[in-house]
Write a protein that binds this ligand. Structure first.
Ligand code: G3P
Ligand code: MG
Length: 243
């Protein structure tokens, strides 16, 4: 059965990467959430997609140039202000604490491909251990050196390189990064590539699939996971296929 991950939470309907979006995702009954991690000036891991706060909040500036106190003053529902307000940027700790009270799988995407946050890999692994979430976290990144480092630091960690370029061989990528899965933009994945991963028992998770026909198509092909802005929609599609 294809697992459903809410991309930045239920971000199609709620402000992305906020506790509200994660809690709404949980209500849909999907298996997991995906979130993005950056680091503040004072070294705190926070959940936000961009390197800058400009797009998703009422503030300006690089995450790495703002303190946690400054980050916490921002409203992360800025680009959906008509419907929502006062959604703070969560820390990774806050999300992990909430995860302790449910059964969701959490795909933590390390956003260290543009800003090289030194030591981010160790910090995330330490937090996973501290919150005892080892069996429910998938670590992913577009930075494949970071994936290799994660494996070196903890060979038992569930890791997955992400890619969005055509022509990448997913099975080769998984092998060279010592990963147990691959995450790909669905637009660049072919049926033949997915089948070769299936034969090798390497799970493939595809992002960001939002339209029903596409969700149905990939679920029918047996993709391991879909990462979607609309988990409730994906749940309906999957239920219809199962019944
Ligand atoms: O992890 C899958 C997906 O989130 C990667 O792209 O830019 O939405 O973080 P992006
Ligand atoms: Mg992401």
């Amino acid at each position: 059965m294809t697992q459903i991950f809410a991309h930045r939470g239920s971000s199609g309907m709620y402000p992305e990467n906020t506790m509200r979006a994660f809690k709404e995702a949980e209500k849909t009954g999907c298996e997991g959430i995906e979130l993005d991690v950056q680091r503040t000036k004072d070294g705190v891991l926070v959940v936000i997609h961009d390197e800058f706060v400009n797009r998703t909040t009422n503030g300006r500036g690089a995450v790495a140039s703002l303190t946690l106190k400054e980050i916490k003053e921002l409203d992360a529902s800025y680009n959906k202000k008509t419907w929502f307000s006062h959604n703070r940027i969560p820390t990774l700790d806050e999300v992990f604490q909430w995860l302790q009270g449910n059964q969701l799988i959490c795909n933590v995407e390390l956003k260290n491909n543009k800003v090289r946050y030194r030591g981010m890999e160790e910090e995330v692994l330490q937090k996973i251990a501290a919150f005892k979430l080892d069996d429910r976290i998938i670590l992913s990144s577009f930075n494949h050196q970071s994936i290799i480092l994660l494996h070196e630091l903890d060979p038992t960690a569930s890791i997955a390189p992400i890619y969005s370029k055509k022509g990448v061989n997913p099975l080769l990528l998984a092998t060279t990064t010592h990963a147990c899965a691959v995450h790909a933009n669905y637009r660049v994945m072919t049926q033949a590539q997915m089948e070769s991963c299936q034969r090798a028992k390497v799970p493939v998770r595809l992002y960001t699939i939002n339209q029903e026909p596409l969700l149905e198509q990939w679920m029918n092909m047996g993709v391991s996971g879909v990462i979607t802005d609309f988990p409730e929609r994906a749940m309906v599609v999957r239920n219809n296929l199962l019944n």
